[in-house]
Design a protein around this ligand. Structure first.
Ligand SMILES: C[S@@+](CC[C@H](N)C(=O)[O-])C[C@H]1O[C@@H](n2cnc3c(N)ncnc32)[C@H](O)[C@@H]1O
Length: 324
């Protein structure tokens, strides 16, 4: 299977990790970028989160993909190549591809872009069993991987961005991301966007702070990763996981809250900071949308929404859009 990697070497990836940790921890409040959740253990924990009864995104989106696969490809006629950004396990793409009309003899390309080597390996294995689908993996961030994949595709392209990953961007970030996707596509290419919708706070908080503590482990694994890869000795018991709904910003925030005063030294990132009990490291935002807001966002970024399917049980929307 072809593999191209923008995170060219482990050393370059480690250097980038250290630089990001240094920069984001210097902000007020200190932050850590959510993409660093996904080392091998983080990807495995995320797969477990997807099975939890309280994390409804995966089941809702899977239902929509299974029900509307053929409709999706009726909206995006003559698609030959698919690029999925952040495929995780690849299970959703497999379901989506079941709706793709069989090409007469021609093989389709599925380009998988993910920062996580474990996710890429799993997705490549999941998609690799499909007949007539040629898998290409890109171990890269969304932007770098998309540029690489878009320059490799030859025909009509569908970009899939599922799992409400768009929710990890704030409003300017989401618009910049979608404009960049549009810039990498040709007129008439398509985007399939899966977005979690606003729902009652109790349901949102259970999704991000589950009673089994899997999401807490997923969040704290970021500290474990910093300890292992950047030579720190952060006390994992010194932090608690917390999810809060910020209604004014329409987002769930995940935090790591210092349970007592904490001194954090991260030698490979040249970080030396002190947190007082109750101080927070902000590790993830998950913005929640309304269906119309998704459409207007797409319209403002050079796309024309062509169809939208909504799962009313779990309040989730899949939106198809054409690049103008
Ligand atoms: C929340 S999971 C969703 C996985 C899958 N799309 C789903 O719906 O189940 C996010 C995936 O995107 C990857 N990812 C997160 N941030 C990324 C980034 N900035 N660039 C590339 N991949 C990223 C993670 O490794 C992970 O596999």
């Amino acid at each position: 299977m072809p593999h191209s990697g923008s995170l060219a070497t482990d050393a370059a990836a480690l250097e980038q990790f250290a630089a990001d940790v240094k920069y984001y921890l210097s902000l007020a409040p200190p932050q850590l970028p959510s993409r660093y959740f996904y080392d091998d253990l983080g990807s495995a924990l995320f797969d477990t989160i997807c099975r939890l009864p309280w994390y409804t995104i995966t089941r809702a989106e899977t239902r929509l993909l299974a029900a509307h696969g053929a409709d999706i490809f009726r909206c995006a006629l003559a698609v030959t190549d698919i690029i999925e950004l952040g495929p995780g396990s690849g299970e959703k793409l497999k379901i989506l591809l079941a709706g793709l009309p069989r090409a007469s003899g021609a093989s389709r390309a599925a380009h998988l872009v993910d920062v996580s080597p474990a996710a890429l390996a799993s997705a490549a294995q999941t998609i690799g069993v499909l007949p007539d689908v040629h898998v290409v993996t890109h171990q890269a961030t969304y932007d770098a991987g998309l540029r690489e994949a878009a320059s490799a595709v030859a025909g009509r392209t569908l970009v899939a961005f599922l799992g409400s990953n768009i929710g990890n961007f704030d409003a300017p970030g989401a618009a910049a991301f979608l404009q960049n996707v549009r810039a990498c596509l040709a007129e008439g290419d398509a985007l399939l966007l899966g977005v979690d919708l606003v729902k009652p706070e109790r349901r949102l908080l259970l999704a991000y702070d589950d009673p089994l503590g899997v999401t807490a482990a997923f969040n704290k694994n970021l500290l474990l990763r910093i300890n292992r890869e950047l030579g720190a000795g952060i006390d994992l018991d010194g932090f608690s996981h917390r999810a809060v709904w910020n209604g004014a910003q329409s987002r769930v925030e995940m935090h790591l809250v210092a349970r007592s005063d904490q001194s954090i030294r991260i030698p490979r990132a040249q970080v030396d900071i002190h947190l007082q009990a109750g101080d927070v490291i902000w590790t993830e935002s998950s913005y929640k949308y309304g269906p119309e807001k998704v459409k207007s966002l797409l319209e403002s970024c050079g796309f024309r929404p062509t169809a939208q399917w909504i799962d009313r049980d779990d309040d989730f929307a899949l939106t198809m859009a054409e690049a103008l």
